[in-house]
Design a binder for this molecule. Structure first.
Ligand code: ADP
Ligand code: MG
Length: 254
């Protein structure tokens, strides 16, 4: 059975989408069969993988709300071993619509069950909130990977995220574990980045990945070309680091 990893942090712009796309691609590159589920109404993972959202006829919204089978929504990508469940702006209504739905927190978990054996890894790119879509992701996941941007205020709001994880563990998904904490957009020339790194390590200790993702302009350029970093610039630091992260995630096992 595939390992389901939610990539979550309710802060926007911390590198959730960049990590979903590039960790997914790097795992696929190592021969692992991967699925990325885009559950953010912004659909940045969808467009970042070169899929025109205007062409997407059914998306994760139809799975969560209309109970369409997820296999009808899975798209193959240009990358070997990598599939995608896309999201479009239609999903923006789901937060509200799900509130009135029976077993609303379990929808994604149930939807994934029939295809879970088809993949080694299923990564869920969460939206920047702790609403019902993120709760669905944490309920469906075996583990949660938390990207933290090495900037001022990075740690603010982390308590809320950890609290939400605890609530999910208590009521919805007892086995949910923290997969790891990933430092992103690290700039070794600034004291601030180093300070954030020290604080995060003090708090999360061995849960922090050895791999640190540097601030790398190639990583920020790749999405506008609709390709992951491994296709855009395989020799960049960004590409190297995400491959390294994939190896750490694989070494983590289950
Ligand atoms: P989130 O999904 O958490 O909102 P994104 O992955 O979309 O965050 O990243 C926010 C912005 O920062 C995007 O424009 C992205 O291209 C850029 N970005 C992400 N990681 C890096 C990095 N390591 N170096 C430079 N830019 C990055
Ligand atoms: Mg995002």
């Amino acid at each position: 059975m595939g390992k389901v990893i939610a990539i979550a942090n309710q802060k926007g712009g911390v590198g959730k989408t960049t990590t979903s796309i590039n960790l997914g691609t790097s795992l696929a590159h190592q021969g692992k069969k991967c699925l990325i589920v885009d559950i953010d109404p912004q659909g940045n993972t969808t467009s970042g993988l070169g899929i025109n959202k205007g062409d997407v006829e059914v998306c994760i919204y139809d799975v969560l709300i209309e109970e369409l089978s997820i296999s009808n929504v899975v798209l193959s990508t240009d990358i070997d071993n990598l599939d995608l469940v896309p999201a479009t702006i239609e999903l923006a209504g789901a937060e509200i619509e799900l509130v009135q739905t029976l077993s609303r927190e379990q929808r994604l978990k149930r939807a994934l069950q029939p295809i879970q054996d088809d993949y080694d890894y299923i990564l869920i790119d969460c939206p920047p909130s702790l609403g019902v879509l993120t709760i669905n992701s944490l309920t469906a996941a075996h583990t949660v990977l938390i990207p933290i941007q090495c900037e001022f205020y990075a740690l603010e709001g982390l308590g809320q995220l950890l609290n939400t994880i605890r609530i999910v563990q208590k009521h919805l998904n007892k086995k949910l574990e923290i997969e790891g904490v990933l430092l992103t957009m690290f700039d070794g020339r600034t004291n601030l980045s180093v300070q954030v790194m020290d604080e995060v390590k003090k708090y999360f200790q061995q849960k922090v990945y050895q791999t640190v993702i540097p601030r790398n302009v190639r990583l920020s350029e790749a999405p506008s070309h609709g390709v992951p970093i491994l296709n855009y610039d395989p020799r960049s630091r960004g590409a190297e680091c995400y491959l390294q992260l994939a190896k750490e995630v694989m070494a983590n096992g289950r």
